[in-house]
Design a protein around this ligand. Structure first.
Ligand code: ZN
Length: 462
């Protein structure tokens, strides 16, 4: 038995100085001044204790066109855990011609036995037919209760009719569908226009995918969802225009949930004007936006309109991958960036420490809401008796310098290079085991697959 003594336990409603007793993998008691004979006492006075963070959006070990991501499950989950993320939801992806069962087996093969944090999978469907429809029962039985669809990317996207059909089918399973909302046809034609005009440099990235490309797709998805009478979630929301449309739909009673990511809160499109090839680091979809979009998303978090913050971690090396085709053909640059390691540090530094959000809101955004939404609650997402002992010990009186030199992410840069975070993630417990100590991994590969239950049910009870 281990007792964490004297720390401030952060919950979504309030925070209190409480002791936490851990036995095996579980929290067995939370209370004031626990006195348990023979327990090992860990003094965490002055520290904030969060329920382990959950990253709702990662892509590890992924083939993306000509390139393979820099991080696999070994390095990606090491980076996650050192940053306080005790559970990730990665996107298992059905390539066309594969069954969902095959896709799931592929992802287990990559993640099992090597992961340093717990993990579950969303299933990305790229080919929908009667055989695939029949596989949803198998998915539910094996803990997959959330799905992803793409409205862009020719090798992944599905049609509006398929979105409608999949929404209805997934709803029967008690699952939920997240969609990458960008109008793929318009993205393609804008790239073709830029190509024809010789506008291949990276500064033309925003013109390819302006905010209305996202907003139009969000609106379309919501209207399809309305007809399918299904709840929805929007992955990586990046624009004020999209946010306004979602809020409008919510006012009319539609159930639409939103995820955003740190990159859309912390960086704007001026990164695409950086000199030389530096700007390639920020090529991602959706692209970075304008200041007014960032302000809008911060407000949305402080109003509790955003439901959770994932990272869309999809890392490619700067040297050899991002720069492979040079600077004149931005549309060939692999899309995505790293982030799984630094989400907690960044949200604390730019959210809590700057008084944009409270630590209780940080708890909701990084942990509790995602657990409730994706069928993990109350096993995860809360520090309470009976829950998994996934605990982040955060010291608000120390700092952490973010740098590619010291990161666990196995990629040769971080977009957050040089940021001095105003806290340190000192210890992390994963199902009762101390796996991070003094900011470093003390035990690796302790992660396990988390079979998830029906989505949303516990979220809607609030
Ligand atoms: Zn993604």
């Amino acid at each position: 038995m281990v007792v964490l003594k004297g720390g401030t336990v952060v919950g979504s409603e309030k925070s209190e100085i409480l002791d936490i007793a851990v036995d095996g993998e579980k929290i067995v008691k939370v209370g004031k001044n626990l006195d348990i004979a023979d327990a090992d006492v860990v003094d965490v006075t002055g520290k904030l204790l969060f329920p382990g963070f959950i990253d709702t959006h990662t892509h590890f070990d992924l083939d993306a066109g000509a390139f393979h991501t820099a991080d696999d499950f070994t390095s990606g989950t090491r980076a996650a855990i050192v940053g306080g993320t005790t559970c990730i939801l990665d996107f298992a992806t059905q390539n066309r011609g594969e069954t969902l069962k095959e896709a799931l087996a592929n992802w287990h093969k990559m993640a099992d036995d090597v992961s340093s944090c717990d993990y579950g999978f969303h299933m990305a469907i790229s080919e929908w037919n009667e055989e695939v429809r029949k596989e949803l029962d198998y998915m539910s039985e094996n803990g997959i209760t959330s799905y992803k669809l793409y409205m862009a990317y020719d090798n992944l996207r599905v049609t509006d009719a398929q979105i409608y059909d999949i929404l209805k089918e997934v709803k029967k399973q008690g699952g939920i569908v997240g969609v990458h909302c960008e109008n793929g046809d318009i993205v393609n034609v804008r790239i073709a226009e830029n190509k024809a005009a010789g506008n291949g440099s990276i500064k033309f990235v925003p013109s390819t995918r302006p905010d209305i490309v996202e907003a139009e797709a969000i609106y379309r998805y919501m209207m399809i969802g309305k007809m399918a009478e299904s709840p929805l979630y929007i992955v990586h929301l990046s624009t004020k225009k999209g946010y306004d449309l979602i809020m409008e739909a919510r006012k009319e009673g539609q159930k639409v949930y939103m995820e955003t990511c740190p990159q859309y809160l912390l960086m704007d499109e001026s990164k695409y004007d950086l000199p030389g090839f530096e700007s390639a680091k920020y090529v991602m979809s959706p692209p970075l936006r304008k200041q007014e979009d960032m302000d809008c998303l911060w407000n949305a978090i402080s109003n509790d309109d955003i439901d959770f913050i994932g990272t869309d971690h999809c890392s490619f090396h700067f040297k050899g991958q991002k720069d492979y085709y040079g600077t004149d053909e931005y549309y060939k640059i692999p899309n995505g960036g790293p982030g799984v390691e630094h989400r907690g540090l960044l949200l604390y530094t730019f959210g809590v420490a700057k008084n944009r959000i409270t630590k209780e809101q940080m708890c909701k955004q990084l942990s509790e809401n995602a657990a409730k939404m994706f069928g993990l609650y109350p096993r995860k997402g809360i520090i309470a008796e009976g829950s998994d002992a996934d605990i982040v010990v955060l010291d608000p009186n120390q700092t952490t310098l973010i740098s590619a030199k010291t990161q666990e992410q196995k990629v040769d840069y971080t977009p957050y290079e040089g940021i001095e975070a105003s806290c340190k993630i000192e210890k992390v417990y994963l199902r009762g085991r101390e796996v991070v100590n003094d900011g470093k991994i003390s035990k690796e590969k302790q992660g396990t697959y988390i079979s998830r239950g029906r989505c949303i049910e516990s979220y809607e009870q609030k």
